[in-house]
Design a protein around this ligand. Structure first.
Ligand code: ADP
Ligand code: ZN
Length: 614
């Protein structure tokens, strides 16, 4: 122990340049310094790394961080070195002599933090070495990987159970951004955490806005999003490898450099593409979900889903890769009911009964989420068992930053259309003696010319083409609403065919009126809506010109050093500079993210850049 340890606030300011702790950070750090075990469940961007990095600086001896991804280790170490914290990693990417050099330095106590992959950590000679190197704290990052119930089980993580046995007195912190109760229990029991302090933060991501729009003209819709994020980084998620490549090409034709990323590429090529993205040489990645956990790029400004994700949990994870740095970022999902059909079909073919039922239930929850007119944030958090209480000054129970909050869905009179749809079901049954699925029904209503229609002679029906003035999407939406209202029933055991219910018959006979939630909006947001979206996710104004110059300068520095730009400064720091325009060193030192070391290294140049304009 230090004889007179500096207050942790002072370290926060001096090394990290932050004026205050985020929610839970202080309590977590104090527990660790008091020698307790901790389980920290903080959302992405919640500031997990600081929870063990700061104690590592305060403690004597070594802090060992277990991390599943080798690529990420270098990034983290580079960031720490930039902060002036001696850190290193040992993994298979290092040449033998570099490895021995680092081990020698570890023996001399030259490092505060060591990053290790789990499989290396549990090797017998490494366990001995960690004792010799005076290990004082273990941090297990992405701790959910230890549980088979988690979404990313890794066998190597299981071996970590040996840590508690070998290091009974060394405190441990397990960190993750997702954990159900089951996963949580697994983490605690498998790691052998002594009755740990458990910290659960809200999983709300206040800086993310959510929008679900019907996929009507995907390329045009993608281009709209891109045009709203000029020069910013983003991820486009697709269901198939083929689609990622098709979109890469389409975008190239439109003058955008995008790179596809999927498991069909060899690992070297994948690493190369990821690196180009991390270093801002390529701004757009079009990916399957193979592009995932390793992405700690803090300035992803949009995540666009071209296809439906698997379930709400995946949607939360995938959108969660946007805006780690806390700046406003946008999540857009292009929704098309045909994706639902595809996924249902896929699920129906699953052989494991249990798995099939769970997947089907998850999918239906996701569909309900997409089609609902309630606040997206409220629904997402509800899914994770959390009640959204509204941001500062917000009305209770709505976020003001999702499509349903921004664009009032309102109710529309659907009496006429409902009558058309229901009678069409009736006519088809009368003529053919069987019921049909939604797509065929819509084709008949819109007067389409398909093989099925010809085969069954449905063009002779009096309801053929009576709904041609409405879009496919409108009809599907109406059908869903009628199902929801109980006028129509969809039979999952018979290819999802549609039948009228007793209530439906009643409605047709009685000629009563009916209102439904108006369909999702397809177009782009109005200027006013966009402004509101930005404000609600925490946008502030700054000198954009200066920000751009700072970014260019940062990229130059980063390229010289061979690190991603965010290792030097996060966008949030550059924006704060571009807002406050500090004119001397002492004012500059008050910018969040500018600790002593960075002030020393970059202060003069930043001041010059600011003055160049003034
Ligand atoms: P996580 O691992 O939980 O996703 P990170 O540790 O990467 O989050 O932190 C996310 C961002 O928050 C980083 O840009 C980090 O520098 C910043 N951050 C962390 N703690 C604080 C703090 N106390 N004040 C301001 N920014 C912080
Ligand atoms: Zn909302």
């Amino acid at each position: 122990m230090h004889s007179n340890p500096p207050a942790i606030e002072e370290i926060l300011k001096r090394h990290f340049g932050f004026p205050s702790f985020r929610a839970h950070q202080r309590e977590i750090i104090e527990s660790l310094l008091a020698g307790e075990d901790v389980l920290a469940l903080l959302p992405t961007g919640g500031g997990k790394s600081l929870c063990y990095q700061l104690p590592a600086i305060v403690n004597d001896g070594l802090t060992v961080v277990v991390s599943p991804l080798i690529a990420l280790m270098k990034d983290q170490v580079d960031s720490l070195l930039e902060l002036g914290v001696p850190a290193t990693f040992l993994n298979s990417s290092l040449a033998g002599d570099e490895s021995s050099r680092r081990r020698r330095d570890l023996s001399r106590g030259a490092y505060k933090i060591l990053y290790l992959a789990p499989e290396r950590l549990v090797m017998e000679d490494m366990l001995d070495a960690l004792k010799a190197w005076d290990t004082r704290l273990f941090a297990i990052d992405e701790a959910h990987c230890i549980s088979e119930w988690g979404h990313d089980f890794r066998r190597e993580y299981r071996q970590l159970t040996i840590l508690r046995e070998r290091f009974p007195g060394v405190p441990m912190i397990a960190l993750t951004a997702t954990a159900t109760d089951r996963v949580r229990n697994d983490i605690v029991s498998l790691l052998g955490l002594k009755p740990p302090r458990i910290h659960v933060a809200s999983f709300n991501r206040p800086n993310l806005s959510y929008r679900i729009v019907p996929r009507t003209a995907p390329l045009r819709q993608i281009l709209t999003v891109l045009s709203e994020h000029k020069g910013e980084s983003g991820i486009i998620y697709c269901m198939s490898r083929k689609r990622t490549e098709a979109i890469e090409e389409d975008l190239a034709e439109q003058g955008y450099t995008a790179l596809a990323y999927h498991a069909g590429l060899d690992s070297e090529e994948r690493a190369r593409r990821q690196d180009l993205f991390l270093k801002d040489h390529v701004r757009i990645i079009v990916a399957t979900i193979a592009f995932g956990m390793g992405i700690h790029k803090p300035d992803v400004r949009f995540v666009l889903h071209h296809d439906l994700p698997k379930n709400i949990e995946s949607y939360y994870q995938e959108t969660g890769r946007a805006g780690r740095d806390g700046l406003p970022s946008e999540c857009v999902l292009l929704y098309n009911p045909s994706d639902v059909m595809k996924l249902r079909h896929f699920i129906d073919k699953m052989t494991n009964e249990q798995e099939r039922l769970v997947s089907a239930a998850h999918l239906e929850k996701l569909v309900a989420f997409c089609e609902s007119s309630l606040c997206r944030r409220v629904q997402l958090l509800q899914y994770f068992g959390e009640t959204y209480r509204g941001g500062a000054g917000e009305a209770l129970g709505a976020c003001g930053a999702c499509d349903n909050c921004l664009v009032s869905r309102g109710l529309v009179d659907a009496t006429m259309d409902a009558q058309k749809l229901l009678s069409c079901i009736l006519r088809i049954q009368r003529k053919s003696g069987f019921s049909v699925g939604l797509m065929h029904l819509v084709d008949v209503l819109r007067g389409a010319e398909t093989d099925k229609i010809r085969k069954w002679e449905h063009e002779t029906l009096s309801t053929y083409g009576i709904g041609s003035e409405r879009s496919k999407h409108d009809w599907i939406h109406l059908a869903k609403e009628l199902i929801r209202l109980g006028l129509v029933r969809q039979d999952p055991d018979r290819f999802n065919i549609l039948d009228m219910t007793e209530a439906g018959r009643e409605f047709l006979k009685s000629r009563s009126r009916i209102t439904i939630a108006s369909p999702l909006k397809t177009g782009r947001l109005t200027q006013a809506e966009r402004e509101q979206q930005k404000t609600m996710t925490g946008a502030v104004s700054y000198d954009e010109n200066l920000f751009t110059r700072l970014r260019d300068w940062r990229k130059k520095m980063a390229t010289e050093r061979g690190v991603p730009p965010y290792v030097i400064f996060h966008d949030s720091t550059l924006q704060a500079i571009a807002r406050q325009k500090p004119l001397d060193r002492s004012a500059l030192s008050r910018i969040p993210g500018l600790g002593e070391r960075k002030l020393e290294a970059y202060g003069e140049e930043i001041l010059k850049l600011i003055l160049a304009k003034e």
